[in-house]
Design a protein around this ligand. Structure first.
Ligand SMILES: *Cc1c(COP(=O)(O)O)cnc(C)c1O
Length: 362
Protein backbone atom coordinates (compact mmCIF):
# COMPACT_ATOMS: atom_id res chain seq x y z
CA UNK A 1 0.00 0.00 0.00
CA UNK A 2 1.03 3.59 -0.66
CA UNK A 3 -0.10 6.67 1.28
CA UNK A 4 0.76 10.00 -0.34
CA UNK A 5 0.59 12.99 1.98
CA UNK A 6 -1.83 14.73 -0.35
CA UNK A 7 -3.30 13.68 -3.69
CA UNK A 8 -4.82 16.59 -5.59
CA UNK A 9 -5.93 14.70 -8.69
CA UNK A 10 -9.67 14.29 -9.11
CA UNK A 11 -10.90 10.68 -9.07
CA UNK A 12 -14.66 11.26 -8.79
CA UNK A 13 -16.02 11.22 -12.36
CA UNK A 14 -19.14 13.24 -11.51
CA UNK A 15 -17.08 15.99 -9.87
CA UNK A 16 -14.67 16.03 -12.80
CA UNK A 17 -17.51 16.52 -15.31
CA UNK A 18 -18.99 19.27 -13.11
CA UNK A 19 -15.66 21.15 -13.00
CA UNK A 20 -15.15 20.75 -16.75
CA UNK A 21 -18.62 22.21 -17.33
CA UNK A 22 -17.70 25.21 -15.17
CA UNK A 23 -14.52 25.74 -17.22
CA UNK A 24 -16.48 25.62 -20.45
CA UNK A 25 -18.95 28.23 -19.17
CA UNK A 26 -16.13 30.62 -18.22
CA UNK A 27 -14.27 30.06 -21.49
CA UNK A 28 -17.45 30.86 -23.41
CA UNK A 29 -18.20 34.14 -21.60
CA UNK A 30 -14.52 35.09 -21.65
CA UNK A 31 -14.33 37.48 -18.69
CA UNK A 32 -11.26 35.74 -17.36
CA UNK A 33 -10.24 38.12 -14.58
CA UNK A 34 -12.78 39.65 -12.16
CA UNK A 35 -15.63 38.04 -14.06
CA UNK A 36 -19.19 37.61 -12.73
CA UNK A 37 -18.30 34.43 -10.78
CA UNK A 38 -15.92 36.44 -8.59
CA UNK A 39 -18.67 38.46 -6.93
CA UNK A 40 -20.87 35.35 -6.72
CA UNK A 41 -18.03 33.52 -4.94
CA UNK A 42 -17.45 36.47 -2.61
CA UNK A 43 -21.07 36.51 -1.61
CA UNK A 44 -21.05 32.72 -1.05
CA UNK A 45 -17.97 33.05 1.19
CA UNK A 46 -19.53 35.93 3.13
CA UNK A 47 -22.63 33.77 3.74
CA UNK A 48 -20.54 30.77 4.80
CA UNK A 49 -18.35 32.83 7.15
CA UNK A 50 -21.29 34.98 8.32
CA UNK A 51 -19.52 38.25 7.50
CA UNK A 52 -20.82 41.29 5.68
CA UNK A 53 -18.10 41.13 3.08
CA UNK A 54 -15.54 38.89 1.42
CA UNK A 55 -12.91 40.19 -0.98
CA UNK A 56 -11.25 37.62 -3.24
CA UNK A 57 -7.59 38.12 -4.11
CA UNK A 58 -4.88 36.26 -5.97
CA UNK A 59 -3.42 34.34 -2.99
CA UNK A 60 -3.31 34.02 0.77
CA UNK A 61 -0.01 35.88 0.80
CA UNK A 62 -1.62 38.75 -1.10
CA UNK A 63 -4.57 38.72 1.31
CA UNK A 64 -2.16 39.36 4.19
CA UNK A 65 -0.05 41.82 2.18
CA UNK A 66 -3.07 43.94 1.22
CA UNK A 67 -4.64 43.79 4.68
CA UNK A 68 -1.48 45.15 6.30
CA UNK A 69 -1.33 47.85 3.63
CA UNK A 70 -5.00 48.66 4.24
CA UNK A 71 -4.29 49.16 7.95
CA UNK A 72 -1.44 51.53 7.12
CA UNK A 73 1.29 49.29 8.49
CA UNK A 74 4.69 50.19 7.07
CA UNK A 75 8.27 51.27 7.79
CA UNK A 76 9.01 51.81 11.48
CA UNK A 77 6.13 49.60 12.62
CA UNK A 78 6.41 46.21 14.29
CA UNK A 79 4.04 43.31 13.75
CA UNK A 80 3.98 40.32 16.10
CA UNK A 81 3.48 36.91 14.51
CA UNK A 82 3.95 33.40 15.92
CA UNK A 83 7.44 31.90 15.60
CA UNK A 84 5.91 28.93 13.78
CA UNK A 85 3.97 29.52 10.56
CA UNK A 86 4.37 29.30 6.83
CA UNK A 87 6.86 32.01 5.84
CA UNK A 88 4.15 33.96 3.93
CA UNK A 89 2.91 35.50 7.20
CA UNK A 90 6.31 37.10 7.78
CA UNK A 91 6.83 38.03 4.12
CA UNK A 92 3.56 39.96 4.01
CA UNK A 93 4.82 42.13 6.89
CA UNK A 94 8.26 42.73 5.40
CA UNK A 95 6.90 43.46 1.92
CA UNK A 96 5.08 46.40 3.53
CA UNK A 97 8.37 47.61 5.03
CA UNK A 98 7.43 46.80 8.63
CA UNK A 99 9.47 44.66 11.04
CA UNK A 100 8.55 41.16 12.14
CA UNK A 101 8.73 40.20 15.81
CA UNK A 102 8.09 36.54 16.64
CA UNK A 103 6.21 35.40 19.72
CA UNK A 104 6.60 31.91 21.12
CA UNK A 105 3.95 29.25 20.60
CA UNK A 106 2.11 27.03 23.05
CA UNK A 107 2.13 23.24 22.81
CA UNK A 108 -0.74 23.37 20.27
CA UNK A 109 1.62 25.36 17.94
CA UNK A 110 -0.50 28.51 18.25
CA UNK A 111 0.79 31.88 19.44
CA UNK A 112 1.21 32.28 23.19
CA UNK A 113 -0.78 35.34 24.31
CA UNK A 114 1.64 35.75 27.23
CA UNK A 115 4.70 35.83 24.99
CA UNK A 116 2.90 38.17 22.60
CA UNK A 117 2.11 40.65 25.39
CA UNK A 118 5.73 40.67 26.59
CA UNK A 119 6.96 41.67 23.14
CA UNK A 120 4.71 44.71 22.68
CA UNK A 121 6.65 47.98 22.28
CA UNK A 122 5.72 51.55 21.36
CA UNK A 123 6.31 50.55 17.73
CA UNK A 124 3.98 47.54 17.75
CA UNK A 125 1.00 48.15 15.45
CA UNK A 126 -0.54 44.76 14.85
CA UNK A 127 -0.55 41.10 15.70
CA UNK A 128 -1.27 38.24 13.30
CA UNK A 129 -2.39 35.08 15.08
CA UNK A 130 -2.11 32.05 12.79
CA UNK A 131 -4.61 29.23 13.27
CA UNK A 132 -1.97 26.54 12.98
CA UNK A 133 -2.95 23.21 11.48
CA UNK A 134 -6.66 24.08 11.50
CA UNK A 135 -6.95 25.01 15.19
CA UNK A 136 -8.08 28.51 16.15
CA UNK A 137 -5.60 30.42 18.34
CA UNK A 138 -6.56 31.75 21.79
CA UNK A 139 -8.47 34.64 20.24
CA UNK A 140 -10.34 36.02 23.25
CA UNK A 141 -7.08 36.53 25.16
CA UNK A 142 -5.33 37.91 22.07
CA UNK A 143 -8.16 40.33 21.34
CA UNK A 144 -8.30 41.66 24.89
CA UNK A 145 -4.52 42.21 25.03
CA UNK A 146 -4.64 43.92 21.62
CA UNK A 147 -7.45 46.17 22.76
CA UNK A 148 -5.53 47.18 25.90
CA UNK A 149 -2.53 48.24 23.79
CA UNK A 150 -4.45 49.60 20.78
CA UNK A 151 -3.20 46.99 18.31
CA UNK A 152 -4.83 45.77 15.13
CA UNK A 153 -5.55 42.03 14.99
CA UNK A 154 -5.43 40.24 11.64
CA UNK A 155 -6.29 36.54 11.64
CA UNK A 156 -4.23 34.33 9.37
CA UNK A 157 -6.90 31.67 8.90
CA UNK A 158 -5.12 30.14 5.89
CA UNK A 159 -4.96 26.69 7.47
CA UNK A 160 -8.34 26.84 9.17
CA UNK A 161 -11.13 27.52 6.68
CA UNK A 162 -14.38 26.50 8.39
CA UNK A 163 -12.84 25.90 11.84
CA UNK A 164 -15.04 27.06 14.71
CA UNK A 165 -14.63 28.33 18.23
CA UNK A 166 -17.89 28.83 20.14
CA UNK A 167 -19.77 28.88 16.82
CA UNK A 168 -17.55 31.67 15.42
CA UNK A 169 -15.79 30.81 12.19
CA UNK A 170 -12.04 31.13 11.65
CA UNK A 171 -11.19 34.52 10.17
CA UNK A 172 -14.18 36.24 11.75
CA UNK A 173 -13.17 36.43 15.42
CA UNK A 174 -11.01 39.52 14.77
CA UNK A 175 -12.18 42.54 12.73
CA UNK A 176 -10.43 41.12 9.64
CA UNK A 177 -9.27 37.68 8.52
CA UNK A 178 -7.13 36.37 5.67
CA UNK A 179 -7.61 32.93 4.14
CA UNK A 180 -5.48 31.10 1.59
CA UNK A 181 -7.34 29.05 -0.99
CA UNK A 182 -4.21 27.43 -2.40
CA UNK A 183 -4.89 23.86 -3.63
CA UNK A 184 -3.35 22.35 -0.50
CA UNK A 185 -5.66 24.21 1.86
CA UNK A 186 -9.01 23.08 3.30
CA UNK A 187 -10.99 24.95 0.62
CA UNK A 188 -8.50 24.49 -2.17
CA UNK A 189 -8.73 26.15 -5.57
CA UNK A 190 -7.25 24.66 -8.73
CA UNK A 191 -4.49 27.23 -8.73
CA UNK A 192 -3.69 30.24 -6.53
CA UNK A 193 -6.42 32.20 -4.75
CA UNK A 194 -7.13 33.88 -1.42
CA UNK A 195 -9.92 35.76 0.32
CA UNK A 196 -10.27 38.42 3.02
CA UNK A 197 -13.35 38.45 5.28
CA UNK A 198 -14.61 41.41 7.31
CA UNK A 199 -17.75 43.17 8.54
CA UNK A 200 -16.21 46.55 7.71
CA UNK A 201 -17.66 47.89 4.43
CA UNK A 202 -15.14 50.72 4.21
CA UNK A 203 -12.26 48.29 4.51
CA UNK A 204 -13.75 45.93 1.92
CA UNK A 205 -14.28 48.78 -0.57
CA UNK A 206 -10.71 49.93 0.00
CA UNK A 207 -9.37 46.40 -0.50
CA UNK A 208 -11.18 46.22 -3.84
CA UNK A 209 -9.06 49.18 -4.97
CA UNK A 210 -5.86 47.86 -3.39
CA UNK A 211 -6.13 44.53 -5.25
CA UNK A 212 -6.48 46.53 -8.49
CA UNK A 213 -3.13 48.37 -8.45
CA UNK A 214 -4.64 51.06 -6.21
CA UNK A 215 -7.17 52.04 -8.87
CA UNK A 216 -10.39 53.26 -7.27
CA UNK A 217 -13.74 52.52 -8.94
CA UNK A 218 -11.85 51.51 -12.09
CA UNK A 219 -10.99 55.17 -12.66
CA UNK A 220 -7.78 56.51 -11.20
CA UNK A 221 -4.87 55.22 -9.21
CA UNK A 222 -4.88 57.04 -5.90
CA UNK A 223 -2.32 54.92 -4.06
CA UNK A 224 0.54 52.58 -4.83
CA UNK A 225 -0.42 48.92 -4.71
CA UNK A 226 0.00 45.71 -6.67
CA UNK A 227 -2.02 43.47 -8.97
CA UNK A 228 -3.76 40.97 -6.71
CA UNK A 229 -6.95 40.42 -8.71
CA UNK A 230 -8.52 36.95 -8.63
CA UNK A 231 -9.04 34.70 -11.67
CA UNK A 232 -12.64 34.11 -12.72
CA UNK A 233 -11.92 30.43 -13.35
CA UNK A 234 -10.76 29.83 -9.79
CA UNK A 235 -13.79 31.65 -8.38
CA UNK A 236 -16.15 29.66 -10.61
CA UNK A 237 -14.58 26.35 -9.59
CA UNK A 238 -14.55 27.34 -5.93
CA UNK A 239 -18.29 28.09 -6.00
CA UNK A 240 -18.69 24.35 -6.68
CA UNK A 241 -15.98 23.27 -4.23
CA UNK A 242 -17.52 25.35 -1.45
CA UNK A 243 -20.65 23.19 -1.68
CA UNK A 244 -18.47 20.21 -0.68
CA UNK A 245 -16.46 21.91 2.05
CA UNK A 246 -18.53 20.75 5.03
CA UNK A 247 -18.21 17.19 3.76
CA UNK A 248 -14.43 17.71 3.39
CA UNK A 249 -14.17 19.08 6.92
CA UNK A 250 -16.27 16.27 8.42
CA UNK A 251 -14.10 13.66 6.72
CA UNK A 252 -10.91 15.30 7.99
CA UNK A 253 -12.36 15.42 11.51
CA UNK A 254 -13.35 11.74 11.31
CA UNK A 255 -9.88 10.83 10.02
CA UNK A 256 -8.27 12.80 12.86
CA UNK A 257 -10.45 11.03 15.40
CA UNK A 258 -9.45 7.65 14.00
CA UNK A 259 -5.74 8.54 14.19
CA UNK A 260 -6.10 10.00 17.68
CA UNK A 261 -7.97 6.98 19.06
CA UNK A 262 -5.34 4.60 17.72
CA UNK A 263 -2.22 6.64 18.53
CA UNK A 264 -2.79 8.73 21.65
CA UNK A 265 -1.05 6.15 23.85
CA UNK A 266 2.05 6.29 21.68
CA UNK A 267 2.52 9.97 20.89
CA UNK A 268 1.02 13.37 21.68
CA UNK A 269 -1.92 13.95 19.29
CA UNK A 270 -3.88 17.10 18.45
CA UNK A 271 -7.40 17.43 19.85
CA UNK A 272 -10.22 20.00 19.91
CA UNK A 273 -10.30 22.46 22.80
CA UNK A 274 -13.53 23.04 24.72
CA UNK A 275 -16.09 24.66 22.40
CA UNK A 276 -13.87 24.23 19.33
CA UNK A 277 -14.28 22.35 16.08
CA UNK A 278 -10.85 22.08 14.39
CA UNK A 279 -10.52 21.30 10.69
CA UNK A 280 -7.26 19.32 10.79
CA UNK A 281 -5.33 20.94 7.99
CA UNK A 282 -2.57 18.86 9.54
CA UNK A 283 -2.55 16.08 12.11
CA UNK A 284 0.72 16.97 13.78
CA UNK A 285 1.93 14.60 16.47
CA UNK A 286 4.82 15.10 18.88
CA UNK A 287 7.26 12.25 19.22
CA UNK A 288 10.83 12.09 20.54
CA UNK A 289 12.16 9.73 17.85
CA UNK A 290 10.63 11.79 15.06
CA UNK A 291 13.30 11.26 12.40
CA UNK A 292 13.37 7.50 13.01
CA UNK A 293 9.57 7.28 12.76
CA UNK A 294 9.54 9.35 9.57
CA UNK A 295 12.03 7.08 7.83
CA UNK A 296 10.27 3.97 9.18
CA UNK A 297 7.05 5.24 7.59
CA UNK A 298 8.84 6.22 4.40
CA UNK A 299 10.10 2.61 4.08
CA UNK A 300 6.42 1.59 4.21
CA UNK A 301 5.46 4.11 1.51
CA UNK A 302 3.72 6.42 3.97
CA UNK A 303 4.55 10.05 3.33
CA UNK A 304 4.75 12.37 6.34
CA UNK A 305 5.94 15.97 6.65
CA UNK A 306 7.89 18.19 8.99
CA UNK A 307 6.12 21.45 8.19
CA UNK A 308 7.07 25.04 8.95
CA UNK A 309 10.46 25.47 10.57
CA UNK A 310 10.80 28.15 13.23
CA UNK A 311 11.04 31.48 11.41
CA UNK A 312 14.52 32.25 12.76
CA UNK A 313 15.76 29.05 11.07
CA UNK A 314 14.94 30.53 7.66
CA UNK A 315 18.03 32.21 6.20
CA UNK A 316 16.05 35.33 5.23
CA UNK A 317 14.82 35.70 8.83
CA UNK A 318 17.85 34.59 10.85
CA UNK A 319 18.10 37.98 12.54
CA UNK A 320 14.46 38.28 13.56
CA UNK A 321 13.94 39.12 17.22
CA UNK A 322 11.42 37.72 19.66
CA UNK A 323 10.78 34.59 21.70
CA UNK A 324 10.84 31.09 20.26
CA UNK A 325 12.14 28.65 22.85
CA UNK A 326 9.07 26.39 22.90
CA UNK A 327 8.77 26.60 19.10
CA UNK A 328 12.37 25.34 18.84
CA UNK A 329 11.59 22.49 21.22
CA UNK A 330 8.41 21.46 19.39
CA UNK A 331 10.00 21.67 15.97
CA UNK A 332 12.42 18.86 16.87
CA UNK A 333 9.63 16.39 17.57
CA UNK A 334 6.70 17.32 15.34
CA UNK A 335 5.51 15.17 12.48
CA UNK A 336 2.44 15.67 10.28
CA UNK A 337 0.65 12.46 9.23
CA UNK A 338 -1.74 12.20 6.25
CA UNK A 339 -5.24 13.23 7.43
CA UNK A 340 -6.90 14.87 4.42
CA UNK A 341 -10.29 13.82 3.06
CA UNK A 342 -8.82 11.61 0.31
CA UNK A 343 -7.09 9.22 2.75
CA UNK A 344 -9.09 5.98 2.83
CA UNK A 345 -10.07 3.88 5.85
CA UNK A 346 -7.58 1.21 4.72
CA UNK A 347 -4.82 3.79 4.43
CA UNK A 348 -5.61 5.16 7.89
CA UNK A 349 -5.43 1.63 9.33
CA UNK A 350 -2.13 1.08 7.55
CA UNK A 351 -0.75 4.33 9.04
CA UNK A 352 -1.78 3.50 12.60
CA UNK A 353 -0.61 -0.13 12.35
CA UNK A 354 2.74 1.07 11.05
CA UNK A 355 3.21 3.66 13.80
CA UNK A 356 2.32 1.09 16.46
CA UNK A 357 4.74 -1.39 14.85
CA UNK A 358 7.46 1.27 15.08
CA UNK A 359 6.90 1.63 18.80
CA UNK A 360 6.89 -2.14 19.35
CA UNK A 361 10.19 -2.49 17.46
CA UNK A 362 12.04 0.37 19.11
C1 LIG B 1 -0.67 28.82 2.89
C2 LIG B 1 -0.45 29.85 3.92
C3 LIG B 1 -0.29 31.21 3.60
C4 LIG B 1 -0.12 31.71 2.21
O1 LIG B 1 -1.11 31.41 1.34
P1 LIG B 1 -0.84 31.32 -0.24
O2 LIG B 1 -2.22 31.21 -0.77
O3 LIG B 1 -0.02 30.09 -0.46
O4 LIG B 1 -0.15 32.55 -0.66
C5 LIG B 1 -0.20 32.11 4.63
N1 LIG B 1 -0.23 31.73 5.92
C6 LIG B 1 -0.35 30.44 6.27
C7 LIG B 1 -0.40 30.08 7.71
C8 LIG B 1 -0.45 29.45 5.29
O5 LIG B 1 -0.55 28.17 5.65
Amino acid sequence: MKVPFLDLSIHDEEQLQNYLGVCERVFRHGRLVMGPEVSQFESDIAIYCKTKRAVAVSSGTDALFLTLKLLGIGPGDEVIIPAMSFVATANAVRLNGADVVVADVEDDFNISPKSMEKLITARTKAVIPVHYGGKIAKMSKILSIAQAYGLEVIEDASQAFGAKQDEKIAGTLAPIGCISLNPMKILGAFGEMGVIVTNNDKWADHLEALRYNGVHQQKSCIEVSSNCKPDTLQAALLIEKLKLVDQIINQRRANAEFLRNALHEYCICPYDDEGASDVYYTFTVLIEKRDELQSFLQDRNIESKVYHPVLTNEPAYSKVIGEYENAMKLTRSKLALPVNETVSKEQLEYITESVIEFFKET
